[in-house]
Design a protein around this ligand. Sequence first.
Ligand code: ATP
Ligand code: MG
Length: 355
Amino acid sequence: MPIDEKLITRGVLDNTLAREVYPELRVAAEPKMGKVRTVYDLGDERMIMISSDNLSTHDVVHRRLVYGKGENLDAISGYYFGASRHIVSNHLIEVLAPNVWLVQKASPILVEMVFRKYLTGSGWKDYKRENGPEEGSEFCGVELRPGYRKNEMLDGIIFTPTGKGQVKDFDIPEFRGLDPETDDPKITIEIIRKNFRKFGLRKPEDLDYIMEKAFSLYSFIYEDLLRKGYLLVDTKWEFGYMPDGTIALIDECVTPDSSRFWAAGDYVFNPVKKEFNIIQEDKQHFRDYIESLGLQNPERKTELANHMMDDEVLRQGVVKYCNIREIISGTLPKITIDSKKAAVLAVLSDAGFLK
Ligand SMILES: Nc1ncnc2c1ncn2[C@@H]1O[C@H](COP(=O)(O)OP(=O)(O)OP(=O)(O)O)[C@@H](O)[C@H]1O
Ligand SMILES: [Mg+2]
């Protein structure tokens, strides 16, 4: 049953788990903080991964947090990591608490492995700009035929990789002349192959292995989500080398942060707008709100970071993340005003990971 919005009171909205480094943890190296997760190296080829309730859009971490977001993402990732081990292995060892995982330490591959089955978002923008509807165009090395309409299903799943980080993080000839601060630069299979070491790959053929696994994984999860009433429009995966040298999926798996989900029943062509109608159950809710305020512009990053998001927009986002979690995993988070941080530290203490 969808979560009752009335349960998300002001007190609940404010009871979030912030992204921070806990000095209490016994670690072997400097913790690494991402936009949402912090990973702690335990020194024995394992890591603790804590998923906060922070929200990032347009490459900016927002001031307001989204109640239950970290644990909703983990519940979804945990569900798909568990269900897809027969296709590809992953880093999850044990769920210690809803936001706290024990994972295998990986040597990350610095490519955001983006896969798409529909033409929308940046893919559509690029296609339109390049006169794709009339002439076809190329996107991240993939040839797209002419004639696609906005949000239309592609002829097949496509791989449109980006570099993990900024242009300046990669010293490769293909990036010369680009703005060094550009985030997640678009790349192609060819660029990765030619510069495989710079992207953290040990051999170029490892990319073939990853792509083969990722295409199977996409099809598998697409079918699962479709049975649950949603279309997996696109998704982003990270892979890494495990301590034994094998390649595994790391970070997260098909969450509303890393993917687009559209309601399957509402996906129909609108002849007036000449595009497919979509109802989105993912981070797009927040992106659309930010874009309605014009805050997506890179020059307004500081303003975006300090923006006090409206309670109602936040509440709707909380509900969306809870609902998609329930649809996928069959579980809902506990709605509580008890301190999230205290709960995390208690679990870590009981498991013997504190100093
Ligand atoms: N098993 C693992 N071993 C080593 N590093 C990991 C592992 N799993 C995840 N990580 C790293 O932990 C960090 C998690 O960060 P997080 O997901 O918050 O944001 P991000 O990956 O920097 O940005 P985004 O996900 O928004 O693109 C990432 O740098 C990811 O590569
Ligand atoms: Mg990540």
